[in-house]
Design a protein. Sequence first.
Length: 413
Amino acid sequence: MGQMNHRHVVVAGGGAAGMLAAIVCAEASPGIRIAVLERSAQFLSKVRISGGGRCNVTHACFDPRELSSYYPRGGGALLGPFHVFQPRDTIAWFEERGVPLKTESDGRMFPVSDSSQTIIDCLLRSARAAGVELLANQGVERVERKDGAGFLLALNGGETLPCERLMLATGGCRAAAAGQLARSLGHTLEPPVPSLFTFHIAAPWLRELAGISLEAVEVSIPGLGLRERGALLVTHTGLSGPVILRLSAWGARELHGLNYQFPLRIHWLPHLGQEAVAAQLESRRAAQPARLVVNTPVPPLPARLWERLVLAAGIARETRWAELSRSARHQLIQQLTGASLEVSGKSLNQDEFVTCGGVRLSEVNFKTMESRLCPGLHFGGELLDIDGLTGGFNFQAAWTTGFIAGKAMGEKG
């Protein structure tokens, strides 16, 4: 039960936010005694597996207001911080340290090396060069405020460690214990619920189309005012793809409240309004009256999907365009522009492991990432009630909050 030597600054959590904060703090304030405590054996483990092992470092979006619109929770709080440290700064920070980034067609940014190890090596090298102590297998179990100022940390090995300032960057609050330290210091936790998940849909006709993808559909959830447009993938369990993940992120709390059971509307041809779809069907009827409806898809719909939508509209397989009644045509337009499917559950998107929830944002000063309730306590990364869409936005929130916390802790040095 020994006591470890006093540190000026301790960062609990050796992920993206904590590691960048420690480096920035040490570089801003040479001579400061700073340690990063990581509960597991490995620093930066999420960085390692992100983006399929390539690490989706950030997103090529350089306007703070536009950037903040990619965060279902926390966008407003991040607007000011993005004026201080945004993707352009992330790119420059890594490039100055010999790690150039590249932009892919969808805006995601990766190291030119295509290896997350490059990012890990850069952060570990920078930390050591700046004199940051890196202590693995050291979890903080409890924190006490000291009478004058500062904190006394009880570690998982039984030792205690006094420090003047503490940063909590322990990652998402999926496990109740993760937010326990913040709560013990007076903070409120917004309950964690999943964000970025795929939808389970039991309709057998849809499951038979597993593997089909569409470049652009519009999906909406009636009654919740949620609507997204983008690429869709049909899976063995239902629907996935960027458009579904975005819808799930924006609706995370509401869909949790509905126990993931709700109607989903799909407009399969979102570039066409109802009248334009009706005109397309009319021109089919005029040009190809003897063809079977089921065999003449409206582009860009795949033939297998078209066939299913025609049958779902109650149109018999042997119906020709010339025989299509007005009511059958109306039913087909409904299927194409507003098909309703019942969602019956969800699966987490395995690559993302994002939850929303965490430390309540109003309790944190985003100019310094310092607690408004507990002087000397700072926060960063996913422990906060911030979550971004997929595409590098969650890492950018980690870099931004880490940079601001590190600067603030260093200036007090």
